[in-house]
Design a protein around this ligand. Structure first.
Ligand SMILES: Nc1ncnc2c1ncn2[C@@H]1O[C@H](COP(=O)(O)O)[C@@H](OP(=O)(O)O)[C@H]1O
Ligand SMILES: [Mg+2]
Length: 342
């Protein structure tokens, strides 16, 4: 076991702990007590964010004490977390042949970025689906302060509301660059043989590739994916200049990168400082392991060293093909780049 390089062991542990965190996310939802805290404008935290982060940080730091692990939520108290300790490792990942360039990586060289629940807005809105069999519930939603008629209709039409947009993200960086990552989708519905399976885990590793899903080429027409809950005038401006056939507004950075990887969207454009390092580290690692590229709106890569500032101040631009990324970059007007770089 100890002959397996630390980077491979860490990725295998991250896959296992992300699965457990996904179960925590589902359990909090089914208990129905979300414990919502408002961190800032349009920025919420729930009991699921807190507990899933405790589980991930406690489990990884118990096994890899010298790794610097940074989570989205404050207060990484790891006392009382024994119930959450996950010491399993994904066997498929453990069997991977480590690329030469990563064999010598030591714990002290690694920074891990954790977003225990990406798409919190969609998660809290998903709670509205809990009592979906009750007519009284649907009637009461009509007067809900956060729900427009358009949302109401889209909620009525879907089984899970926006819960499929929710992901657990773990990004592994070395020398400031993301080299491996995990995106777990707690509400993904899957049928294997006659069994209904809920949840899936996608991973990527530099020079090795990706797993947990089927990589698909981008759609024939230009489809842009972007935020559905954090838009503003600059974000919309950057969308307009793309000349897209369709705009897919979905929640979470992880889910948007999944849209690229599964051929549902061509480019992810978000011209705003709202995303943070934990939103992009894991997704960027997987996207680049699949041959894609994630940068800011100016075309520069983010750095993931522990001392980097948390916000991705100059936005996100990503695509599964380099030429689509270059196209998108060429469409962004200089004034817009200047505005974000201010
Ligand atoms: N204006 C803003 N304020 C706070 N967080 C923002 C934001 N814009 C984007 N984000 C964060 O970036 C992630 C993706 O956002 P979006 O779904 O709008 O594309 C979300 O992560 P979390 O859900 O983990 O908080 C979201 O909170
Ligand atoms: Mg997030």
């Amino acid at each position: 076991m100890s002959s397996v390089p630390v980077l491979i062991r860490l990725l295998a542990s991250s896959v296992s702990v992300a699965n457990r965190a996904g179960k925590i996310v589902r359990d909090v939802m089914s208990k129905g007590e979300l414990g919502i805290v408002e961190k800032g404008k349009d920025d919420y935290q729930t009991e699921a964010d807190r507990s899933a982060q405790r589980c991930i940080i406690a489990s990884l730091s118990a096994q890899y004490p010298k790794i610097n692990i940074i989570g989205e939520e404050d207060g990484n108290q790891i006392q009382d977390s024994n119930e959450y300790l996950v010491m399993d490792s994904d066997q498929e990942i453990l069997a991977i042949n480590c690329p030469e360039s990563l064999k010598g990586v030591e714990e002290k060289d690694i920074v891990v970025w954790v977003d225990p629940l990406d798409g919190t807005a969609e998660y809290t809105q998903g709670a509205l689906m809990l009592k979906r069999d009750s007519w009284e519930h649907w009637k009461s939603l009509l007067s809900h302060p956060f729900i427009s008629m358009k949302w109401y209709l889209s909620l009525l039409q879907s089984n899970y509301g926006f819960l499929e947009h929710v992901t657990v993200l773990i990004g592994i960086s070395v020398n400031e660059r993301p080299v491996a990552g995990v995106i777990h989708q707690p509400y993904y519905k899957n049928v294997v043989g006659s069994d209904k399976i809920i949840g899936r885990t996608i991973w990527g590793l530099q020079e090795v590739g990706v797993g947990g899903f089927t990589l698909a080429p981008p759609p024939d027409s230009l489809v842009i994916t972007t935020t559905r809950s954090h838009s503003n005038a600059i974000v919309e401006n950057a969308l307009q200049v793309m000349n897209a056939q369709q705009i897919l507004r979905v929640g979470g950075a992880g889910y948007k990168v999944l849209q690229l990887l599964e051929g549902k969207a061509s480019i992810y454009v978000f011209a705003s400082p709202g995303c943070k390092k934990w939103d992009t580290c894991g997704p960027e690692a997987i996207l680049s392991a699949a041959g894609g590229k994630l940068t800011d709106i100016l075309g520069n890569h983010y750095k993931y060293g522990a001392s980097e500032s948390r916000p991705n101040k100059t936005g996100v631009l990503a695509a599964v093909y380099e030429d689509l990324h270059s196209y998108a970059l060429s469409r962004i007007p200089q004034e817009l780049k200047d505005e974000l770089a201010k």
